[in-house]
Ligand binder design. Structure first.
Ligand code: GAP
Length: 513
């Protein structure tokens, strides 16, 4: 656990030191769970967004994008259920005065049991070596089976109590499990209460005419209310999808895990409109497609898993998360939900407008069903960044800090370095930058010895360093150094573009899907 915390602290400080993420309004001591993306962070975030947009919109003939506004008519949120049901169960500790999400306290308790399972698996793996069968071990080892049964019992009771709005039982569960305030160890809890997560504000200046509006808590509703506009103007035929990326806002109670849970964050969502009755097929298909998208980035199959929901959101008939192994354990990265016709029907009822599709093959109109894929861009950023940050032991007994970002996502693709600051080398290096910048984000770096510059670029996540030396003046060749292997090759300046493109091009990465 302490090792995990150390690793997470390193992620946070590295993100600041290398210009990825700053605390918002830091000079005023920051604003809780709100962050700013710095010069490198904004590029990484943009590249993740593009990677998603290419895969989800531009590679699908039947998916189009929109960019709906953050403020929407307030009835939207009545119809979607957010005014009445977008609540978190919260509990206060009477001694520490700290506030927690009651369900998260219970889930964290289960995560600790899960860590015990992982330890047992590791021990057995060591003992049995190559002959170790993880699946069989997990299914048969009495201690592991016992742990798993305990987790299942707790989570199923939690799910039922929340579904039935039985908040008294959630408190009883916390007491029975003897869950203590993680900061102080106190078990002196208040009752569990519901808390609405939407941020409200006023639209208009005068007291009489102003209207209460909300900052959208999800981008999805902007898609639902535009469903018919897009379908008609785009002449879309079912099945088809509408995608968008954009900011969402939630007044999160527990917002302590850096950019994992923020109050202002960005979502990348796609609603796929299908014929009623076919939603399960599409749900399974999108689960598979989205996992493939994640795996295409090469961050290790073992770092992902599905978590099928027992407790559904108010709109879903099936739901699963793709969980990622963050520095603090497996947590939700993306949700895939079969949302039925709940949203479109609710908007029909509240607006009095028909939101139906005329199916020429069936010769009838219906309200389509929806399968949604929804991923937090900031959470994806954290997944990529935390996985990429590594300390490597080198052969000469030194270590290097390297940020092994997938090259397609790296903010700067190459740094061009003159070996020394004279003899015409800077001029040649500048010329290379001028040429490459048409195709890639590249930088120029002449300060310090070249070895230190390599380390700096490794830590910043730059996949290539291009060094201009005296031979360059003779034969128009440079060395190109790979961040991950540290291998250096002599290549012609005219070949640089092709060499870099091969490794950073979206096409070659997405082809792995
Ligand atoms: N439209 C469905 C929806 O909003 P959700 O599971 O509440 O579903 C989808 O959110 C994704 O948005 C999550 O999987 C997560 O990646 C991201 N997300 C949700 N709340 C977040 C927060 N407070 N901070 C950062 N990302 C968040």
């Amino acid at each position: 656990m302490a090792k995990q915390e150390d690793q997470f602290k390193k992620v946070i400080s590295h993100a600041k030191e290398y210009g990825y993420i700053f605390q918002s309004s830091e000079i005023y001591d920051g604003l809780s769970a709100v962050y700013d993306y710095a010069q490198n962070g904004v590029e990484l975030k943009k590249n993740i967004r593009e990677y998603w947009w290419k895969a989800m919109v531009q590679m699908h003939e039947n998916i189009v994008g929109i960019d709906a506004s953050i403020l929407m008519h307030p009835t939207t949120w009545k119809a979607s259920g957010h005014v009445d049901a977008f609540n978190d169960p919260l509990i206060d500790n009477k001694d520490s005065k700290k506030r927690y999400r009651a369900d998260v306290l219970v889930e964290d308790y289960c995560a600790k049991i899960e860590t015990k399972i992982e330890k047992e698996v590791k021990k057995a793996q060591k003992r049995f070596g190559d002959s170790f069968d993880k699946e069989q071990f997990v299914a048969t080892n009495p201690r592991v089976v016992g742990y798993q049964e305990k987790i299942n019992t707790i989570l199923s009771r939690l799910g039922k109590s929340l579904e039935n709005e039985d908040l008294a039982d959630v408190k009883t569960l916390i007491e029975e499990l003897e869950i203590a305030d993680p900061l102080t160890g106190s078990k002196n809890w208040t009752d569990v209460k519901q808390f609405n997560l939407m941020f409200g504000t006023q639209l208009g200046a005068s007291a009489d005419s102003s209207m209460k509006v909300y900052l959208r808590p999800e981008t999805a509703q902007g898609i639902f209310v535009n469903f018919l506009n897009v379908q008609k103007t785009g002449r879309m035929k079912i099945p088809f999808g509408i995608a968008q990326t954009g900011k969402a806002f939630r007044n999160e109670i527990v917002a302590r895990q850096f950019i994992f849970r923020m109050r202002e964050f960005e979502q990348m969502e796609m609603q796929f409109f299908v014929k009623p009755g076919t939603q399960r097929k599409w749900y399974e298909q999108w689960k598979e497609t989205r996992l493939k998208w994640h795996l295409s980035l090469g961050m290790g199959k073992d770092n992902y898993r599905f978590h099928d929901h027992e407790k559904m959101a108010h709109y879903a008939d099936a739901a699963a998360d793709i969980e990622f192994k963050f520095p603090f354990g497996f947590k939700e990265l993306e949700g895939i939900h079969s949302r039925t016709d709940f949203d479109l029907k609710a908007h029909e009822e509240h607006s009095g407008k028909k939101l139906q599709y005329f199916d020429h093959e069936e010769n009838k109109s219906y309200v389509p069903y929806v399968v949604e894929t929804s991923i937090g861009l900031d959470r994806m950023f954290l997944a990529v960044f935390s996985k990429a940050l590594q300390e490597e032991e080198l052969e000469n007994n030194t270590t290097r800090t390297v940020l092994k970002l997938p090259a397609v996502l790296a903010p700067t693709k190459a740094a061009v370095l003159p070996l020394i600051k004279r003899d015409g080398l800077p001029e040649v290096a500048r010329k290379i930058v001028e040429d490459l910048k048409w195709d890639f984000n590249v930088s120029y770096d002449e300060k310090d010895a070249v070895g230190r510059r390599y380390r700096r670029q490794d830590a910043a996540g730059t996949p290539f360093c291009i060094t201009v030396d005296h031979d360059t003046l003779e034969d128009n060749t440079v060395t190109i150094r790979h961040r991950d292997t540290m291998e250096q090759k002599r290549v012609k300046i005219e070949d640089l573009r092709t060499i870099i493109k091969k490794e950073v091009d979206i096409r070659s990465w997405l082809m792995k899907m």
